[in-house]
Design a protein around this ligand. Structure first.
Ligand SMILES: Nc1ncnc2c1ncn2[C@@H]1O[C@H](COP(=O)(O)OP(=O)(O)O)[C@@H](O)[C@H]1O
Ligand SMILES: [Mg+2]
Length: 374
């Protein structure tokens, strides 16, 4: 499901960029600070409303402008769709899909799933639980044609209502019970969906490990799901514990549930971050991200993500680069890959196969298409 065209306006140092990528490999070349990652970040934002580098809008808007605009055309089995995203410094913004205003950015994600594989993938091990929840929820959201996408909205609404119920004295017991039940229903569904997804993910991960061969610690890595409450109790029981109720009264915040979940990454019974080097974490992080794509690819559907590979080629050795590129090619997805110099890429005969390729050169935010020569 590729992006056929993308227009970028006032996004970081990309003042006005418009281009037509191919379904296969789009190689983005340029020196440091030229705008390669910004280009990937713009594609990512069009499919998610967010950045993979920052949480605020301000750094994304070109210094001299008051908003950025992104527009893209996506080809799917059911036809072509247009996606528009505008974000302003004053906090306003809009999402437009096929000419009509959409209410949430998750509608972008359904039409344009994006997987970003980058140098910060070690954060899956070193970062906080929020990063791992985002990782697993990406998969839960996209699996089986986005069948769980509505569940996330329902869960967000339910926890907001429950929290505001905790803070308000005016709410009747009956109303509180109704919100509690809705929260428990959504929490259980989300919990089930995550557990089921993790099983599929690990199966795909094991397949990939077999294919990559001797990646240190890859086979020993285990991932355990911590649901966000004491597993000896049901969620209802956990919420009804006196200590928990007391804290909820004080803080007005739901003390247990999927919003507190985490993935425990373990090697030989020890937290993986206490064993792995930064470099090893990166490689295992990349493998986990690829495994997420594999889960979607296994479904033989139209839901393959666009894959963004930012600066990976420079940091991996040639054997691993070859495996990475071959694995990615076999997904038959659309790929955007940044590299300082095409010389860093292994010879095409080792990885490109029949896939299409286009080369784009970026210099001070200007993009030009160039013929690809080895
Ligand atoms: N909001 C912004 N407005 C204008 N330029 C920006 C903004 N944010 C970052 N930049 C600049 O954009 C350039 C491109 O950065 P980046 O895409 O990370 O480069 P690359 O990945 O090619 O090394 C950098 O020089 C950076 O300083
Ligand atoms: Mg970069």
């Amino acid at each position: 499901m590729p992006l056929k065209r993308i227009d970028i306006h006032n996004f970081r140092n990309l003042t006005r960029v418009s281009f037509r990528p191919v379904h296969g490999f789009n190689i983005i070349v340029g020196c440091n600070g030229s705008g390669k990652s910004s280009l990937l970040e713009a594609v990512y934002a069009l499919g998610s409303g967010k950045s993979f580098r920052v949480t605020q809008v301000k750094p994304l808007v070109q210094f001299t402008a008051d908003r950025f605009l992104l527009y893209g055309e996506v080809q799917r089995k059911d036809g072509q769709h247009s996606l528009g995203l505008e974000k302003r410094l004053n906090g306003e913004g809009s999402v437009v899909i096929d000419g009509s205003r959409a209410t949430t950015t998750s509608e972008l994600a359904l039409l344009l799933p994006i997987q970003h594989v980058g140098l910060d993938d070690f954060q899956l091990f070193e970062g906080g639980p929020r990063i791992r929840r985002r990782f697993i929820d990406w998969g839960v959201f996209h699996v089986e044609h986005g069948k769980n996408s509505a569940l996330f909205r329902r869960f967000e609404r339910a926890i907001k209502q429950r929290n505001s119920g905790l803070r308000s004295v005016k709410i009747s017991g009956g109303e509180r019970d109704a919100w509690d039940s809705e929260f428990l229903r959504c929490a259980t569904s989300l919990d089930d969906a995550r557990q089921a997804y993790l099983d599929r993910l690990m199966a795909a991960y094991r397949d990939l490990c077999a294919r990559f061969g001797d990646v240190p610690y890859a086979n020993q890595l285990m991932i355990h799901y911590s649901p966000g409450w004491d597993q000896k109790l049901t969620l209802k029981e956990a919420l009804q514990r006196p200590g928990s109720m007391e804290r909820e009264r004080k803080t007005g915040i739901t003390q247990a549930g999927p919003h507190r979940a985490d993935l425990r990454m373990v090697i030989e019974g020890i937290p993986a971050r206490d064993i792995l080097s930064r470099g090893q974490m990166k490689v295992l992080g990349h493998l986990l991200k690829l495994a997420q794509i594999r889960v979607l690819a296994n479904q033989h559907n139209d839901q393959l993500p666009v894959i963004l590979l930012d600066d990976l080629v420079a940091e991996l050795d040639e054997r691993n680069v070859n495996k990475l590129l071959n694995t990615v090619r076999e997904f038959s997805a659309q790929v955007f890959l940044t590299v300082l110099d095409t010389k860093q890429l292994p010879s095409q005969q080792h990885w490109l196969g029949e896939a299409e390729i286009k080369l784009f050169h970026v210099e001070q935010g200007q993009l030009t298409e160039q013929p690809f020569q080895e």
